[in-house]
Design a protein around this ligand. Structure first.
Ligand SMILES: [Zn+2]
Length: 773
């Protein structure tokens, strides 16, 4: 047996022999072997960055993974601070600038260690070796190690040290599927590498030794802190930093951002990917600062999180109302930036939550009415124009149309301000009938609110006024923003690179202001909405709700001059809610988000264009007030708009609310129901200068009646523009009777084809045909 000392001497000889082999023998042969034997292709250094979506402040909101499930974000050498390089050199390869790709001293030491432990231990790899290993994975054998060393030397022959550094720092695995300092700095610290502190640089440099064990996301970061502080001490020992600097950094707790890939604004990013912003082929706009594959969005991540939290906080409340889903879109009017977008309450399979409710086409209910009145204002109406919110049936291309108000009441004489504020359907249908539905169809097309070009005006008819075309929340919010922006429609901008288009005027500045003024006037909606506490804001906010048939959709879209936001509630499977409309369903969500936006400051006020002025009007009729009018208020008019006539409601003391002929039927019905009111038909019909045309309101021309059992009667109904004393009814040329306002007469149905005529004074009348079977 050999003695201990002889063994150690023998080992020492072996060590020297190894050293000689490495230091002298190998380098001589390497040159030849290299070129013939090992492959190193510098182009394989390139690592196309993951497509990374950043919010407007540079916070990553999603990084798409590559086929290995890894994420990376290439940072050019200029974007890597010296401090970070020093930290990595101190941690991994302090002789980097002095070795030829491998470190003979380190290898010798490692080789001895391996020999002694009779297995291959890791370590002793230079940055260059680590880099070539990440490009050319090798088996953990001596042969593999040798190949790696040769490759490293070849890499050093072909590349400058700086290029190797750049490659290394972009290929180094930093845990949690992140490769390279670019993505790691962004994800762990929310910063570009150049903004990292000394402690953060050292933290990143600490990870590669054991990316799993040293993950910053670990509950207990003590192992990482220990390793980081070791890196700091080593940096100080190498005189890269001073000892006090190292001390101070070592005191810093390890704080990383919560892990949230890919959960920030998932619908927002999905939408961008869907629309082709994640692949170069579509000509999408990458920016060049950190990388060519960063998509800078305009999302406001903190606001987005607030919106998502708000939606979750309403989940239970909505469930009670029979709504399982909700969507929200918030934009900034100035540049049309989409600041927050939540397509569902939760991005999950729950209640079909992967669907994006912001782009789904749904029925908007009354949410289109502001655009109808915008068109009316540009057609000579003012907010004081008197409309008849009275029932009548209309002939439409798709049959008889019999609109009703939400509460099935008819409000009679109503100003445009009140009709829009209270969302009255009857007045809206009368308005669209007056303006012509093709004109409104054209307006909605210009506003981007009609999605099916094959459906022309006749397809929708008068129903356009109360929202029968399907629209998305995205489209509605865009169109409302045009109102907030003085009538100029601009497309939404999701990306910083999206050019700001100058936009298309869709209504005059005056019309836009008037619509905004009405939608932000709490007094204008007192008839039907009463007071909805959550929507009583201490500043002016324009908002409009919408509710689709059978409560399938509840909408609210609103704006200040600064922001436009919309919320939808309902069910993705199309199921109805429990009698919940936009105001009570979506209103509270809208309110929470709006109040958050203005937590610290009040909105910019709406500014009237100089072409408008305020005039005093009667509080009831909207006409020029007389001394008899019980209340007065101010109303906006175009300066060039002719003065209203004096109030006819309160013409003379003692007689109140005188109404014109179109209200005759409404007034009659009210009185028949025993509603006590101060309305009366205008007197003095004999004074009317011209005979008034008569129109048969019911039945409609071409109606087919089916007889039930014997005697069925139908109430014939006519209307006149001006009051006339009598209208005479004829059936098949035989006089049925003469009646005063509201010109109604019962007619007993008899089988066969019939001609029905109503004739006013002067013989001007109307005739229709019906069929009774
Ligand atoms: Zn009056």
């Amino acid at each position: 047996m050999m003695s201990q000392s002889r063994i150690s001497r023998w080992r020492l000889h072996r060590r020297k022999a190894f050293l000689a082999l490495f230091v002298v023998g190998i380098p001589m042969g390497i040159g030849l072997l290299l070129l013939a034997w090992v492959e190193f292709d510098p182009t394989r250094l390139e690592l196309p960055s993951s497509v990374v979506f950043l919010d407007s402040r540079g916070e990553p909101i999603r990084a798409l993974t590559d086929d290995k499930g890894e994420r990376h974000l290439w940072v050019a050498r200029e974007g890597i601070p010296e401090r970070l390089i020093e930290a990595f050199l101190a941690a991994e390869d302090k002789r980097f600038f002095n070795h030829p790709g491998f470190d003979p001293l380190a290898i010798a030491r490692a080789a001895l260690a391996n020999w002694e432990q009779e297995r291959i231990v890791s370590g002793a790899s230079t940055l260059t070796q680590q880099l070539v290993r990440s490009i050319y994975p090798r088996p953990r054998t001596y042969r593999g190690k040798l190949t790696e060393v040769l490759r490293a030397i070849k890499a050093e022959m072909l590349l400058a040290k700086e290029d190797i550094l750049e490659g290394y720092l972009n290929h180094v695995p930093l845990g949690n599927g992140m490769v390279g300092v670019g993505i790691a700095a962004r994800s762990y610290f929310g910063k570009a590498p150049e903004d990292l502190t000394l402690a953060e640089c050292a933290t990143l440099a600490a990870i590669p030794k054991a990316p799993g064990k040293l993950s910053p996301y670990r509950q207990d970061p003590s192992a990482l802190r220990e390793r980081r502080n070791w890196v700091l001490r080593r940096m100080a020992a190498l005189e890269l930093i001073t000892s006090p600097e190292a001390e101070q950094a070592a005191q810093t707790p390890i704080r990383v951002r919560p892990r949230r890939y890919p959960n920030t604004a998932p619908h927002y990013v999905d939408l961008l990917v869907e629309r082709g912003h994640a692949n170069r082929e579509s000509g999408s706009p990458w920016t060049a600062k950190d990388s060519e594959r960063v998509v800078r969005t305009l999302l406001d991540a903190p606001l987005q999180r607030h919106v998502e939290e708000t939606l979750r906080s309403h989940r239970e409340r909505l469930a009670d109302l029979g709504a399982s889903q909700a969507s929200v879109l918030v934009i900034r009017n100035r540049d049309m930036a989409v600041l927050a977008l939540a397509g569902s309450i939760e991005y999950s399979a729950r209640a079909l939550g992967y669907n994006n409710g912001v782009v789904a086409l749904r029925s908007p209910g009354s949410a289109l009415k502001p655009f109808l009145y915008g068109l009316a204002f540009d057609s000579g109406f003012s907010p004081a124009t008197l409309l008849a919110d009275t029932e009548r049936r209309y002939r439409s291309p798709r049959g008889e149309y019999d609109p009703r108000n939400f509460d099935r009441r008819a409000y009679g004489p109503t100003t445009v301000r009140s009709a829009l504020g209270n969302s009255l359907n009857l007045a809206a249908v009368r308005t669209i009938q007056f303006l012509g539905y093709p004109a409104f169809h054209q307006k909605l097309t210009a506003l981007g609110l009609l999605n099916d070009p094959s459906k022309g005006p006749d397809y929708y008819g008068l129903g356009l006024a109360i929202g029968n075309p399907e629209v998305s929340l995205e489209q509605l919010v865009t169109a409302y923003a045009a109102v907030a922006r003085g009538g100029v429609l601009r497309p939404l901008r999701y990306l910083a690179e999206d050019s700001a288009s100058t936009g298309n005027p869709v209504m005059t500045q005056e019309a836009a202001f008037l619509v905004a003024d009405i939608l932000s006037d709490p007094n204008a909606r007192s008839l039907t909405f009463g007071s909805i506490a959550c929507l009583d804001f201490p500043y002016r906010v324009g908002w409009k709700t919408g509710t689709s048939t059978r409560y399938r959709d509840g909408w609210i879209v609103g704006f200040t001059p600064d922001y436009t936001l919309g919320a939808w509630v309902g069910n993705f499977d199309g199921g109805p809610m429990k009698e919940t409309g936009g105001a009570h369903g979506a209103g509270p969500i809208f309110s929470d988000i709006l109040r958050h936006l203005y937590a610290e400051s009040a909105p910019t006020p709406f500014t009237p264009p100089a072409t408008l002025e305020q005039r005093e009007v009667c509080g009831h009729s909207g006409m020029r007030p007389t001394r008899h009018c019980p209340s007065k208020r101010l109303e906006w008019f175009r300066r060039d708009q002719v003065e209203c006539p004096l109030c006819t409601f309160h013409g003379e003391e003692g007689i109140h609310h005188e109404l014109e002929a179109p209200f005759a039927g409404w007034l009659f019905d009210r009185e028949a129901r025993g509603v006590n009111s101060s309305f009366a038909l205008a007197s003095g019909t004999e004074d009317r200068p011209a005979p008034s045309p008569v129109e048969i309101l019911y039945p409609l021309d071409g109606t087919r009646f089916i007889l039930n059992h014997g005697a069925d009667t139908v109430r014939l109904e006519a209307g006149t523009e001006n009051l006339v004393e009598r209208v005479t009814w004829f059936v098949d040329g035989v006089e049925l009777g003469a009646v005063g306002p509201p010109y109604r007469l019962d007619w007993e149905l008899a089988p066969g084809a019939h001609r029905i005529a109503a004739i006013g004074p002067g013989g001007i009348g109307d005739e229709i045909r019906v069929q009774v079977e």
